[in-house]
Design a protein around this ligand. Structure first.
Ligand code: PMP
Length: 426
């Protein structure tokens, strides 16, 4: 079927004025003009259920966040070279969500910049250069972060100082316990760097391994991986851009599930509910070692409007009990997928925690054959039912279920019913 003429014109204009680097979701791209809560609306006012947007995490256009941004924008917006209390209040409140050893914050505008800065801190404090990431990690778009992001594929080569390790895949694994295997690979990567005369600087991981295919379990092994990198003189950087801000339900931050205290934690996406604010928190000695040599000024990072947005997000997560909702409704949703897995052999594995669930599709359960085409058909069929979702993993055969923290049981039921219908006809 054809896209309406109006959308075809927009696609032509994008190609004309934005060029080739941008990509659209879905065979029939979605045209949206406004959003509220878990709903996006097209120009005809038709609603689309958003099961994918972890940025507008407390709900699209949340009135408290909108009001905080508007009020601060009408009062003062400037940078960090003046004394102002807003950034301090935000930093203090953000840091209060972390273990005591992590006591300083620095602000950026994107998750990529936060990881870029984290690498600079790690390189500085360790005196090394080597970085270890997972096989299909995505950490962002700046040059130094892109070369630590194998998810880009061969067109963006990894840096010579970068080593990759298999994610803790509890679905495709051998006899060895998954956590043990991960730690063993980290140790091997450390030794390989050393053999090449590269001193290890950092183990950088997305604590839910979301672009590798969503691997939350088993809890605990990241603590041992962190010990291994520290013993080699490096630091452990937890990338919480995806996992952070209560998404995993049981905890506010993904690393907490592993009982580990990272050296540096980076964050972004949901931090301002769509307003561009990102940053990192770290052990103070790491920031001291950098800051005593280097001046850091980020024109927009930490501006009062961004901090007001960030503060409103913390308030809403707390006041609306969204961490608990992520845990409870997330468990409800996961149980729903598990029921579908009993009915449809195409579902090979259901995994994840809270509001980050991976549903892996296989065309043969014995062989665990990657069902990439079927997954793409499901994603597009859901879109045609006006439910927005995507796929992840190196083969794109894992449904990436990452709803907003305000997703309710009725929304979970809509998604599960639609998926049931689609699987029945596939
Ligand atoms: N880290 C992770 C784990 C991410 O998923 C992303 C964005 N997809 C980034 C970093 C980069 O964030 P940004 O797009 O804000 O630069």
């Amino acid at each position: 079927s054809q896209l309406p003429a109006r959308e075809q014109v927009l696609i032509q204009r994008r190609q004309q004025s934005l060029g080739k680097a941008y990509r659209l979701f879905y065979e029939h791209p979605v045209h949206v003009t406004r959003a509220e809560g878990v709903w996006l609306y097209d120009p005809d006012g038709k609603p689309y259920l958003d099961v994918y947007n972890n940025v507008a995490s407390v709900g699209h256009s949340h009135p408290r966040v909108v009001e905080a941004i508007a009020r601060q924008a009408a009062t003062l917006n400037t940078h960090t070279r003046y004394l102002n209390e807003t950034i301090l209040e935000y930093a203090e409140r953000l840091l209060a969500t972390f273990p005591a050893a992590i006591s300083q914050a620095m602000f950026t505008c994107t998750g990529s910049e936060a990881n870029d800065l984290a690498l600079r801190l790690a390189w500085n404090v360790s005196g090394g250069r080597g970085v270890i990431v997972s096989n299909h990690a995505y950490h962002g778009v700046t040059h130094s972060v892109a070369e630590c992001s194998p998810a880009f594929g061969p067109s963006v080569p990894l840096g010579p100082h970068v080593r990759t390790v298999p994610p803790p895949d509890g679905y495709r694994h051998g006899e060895e316990p998954v956590g043990e295997r991960f730690v063993r690979h980290v140790q091997a990567a450390i030794e390989d760097l050393q053999r090449h005369g590269i001193q290890p600087a950092a183990l950088l991981v997305d604590t839910l391994f979301t672009s590798d295919g969503v691997f939350a379990d088993p809890p605990g092994y990241l603590a041992r991986a962190a010990e291994a990198i520290r013993a080699a003189g490096g630091v452990f950087i937890a990338d919480e851009v995806q996992a952070g801000f209560a998404r995993s339900g049981g905890h506010y931050w993904g690393f907490q599930r592993h009982g580990v205290v990272p050296d540096i934690v980076t964050m972004g996406k949901p931090m301002g509910n769509g307003h561009p604010i990102a940053g990192l928190v770290a052990r103070p000695e790491i920031i001291d070692a950098f800051g005593s040599k280097v001046r850091y000024f980020n024109t927009f990072g930490g501006n009062p409007v961004s901090c007001a947005a960030g503060m409103a997000v913390l308030d809403v997560i707390h006041d609306e009990d969204l961490q608990q909702n992520a845990r409870d409704t997330g468990a409800y949703l996961k149980a729903g997928f598990e029921r579908l897995a009993e009915k449809y052999p195409l579902i090979g594995d259901v995994r994840g925690v809270g509001f980050f669930i991976g549903v892996e599709m296989v065309s043969d359960r014995q062989q665990k054959t990657l069902a990439s085409n079927e997954t793409s058909r499901i994603v597009n069929a859901l879109r045609d039912k006006r439910i927005l979702i995507s796929a992840t993993g190196p083969a794109g055969n894992v449904l990436k279920v990452r709803p907003q923290l305000v997703f309710a049981q009725e929304h979970a039921d809509m998604l599960l019913d639609a998926l049931d219908n689609i699987l029945a006809t596939l």
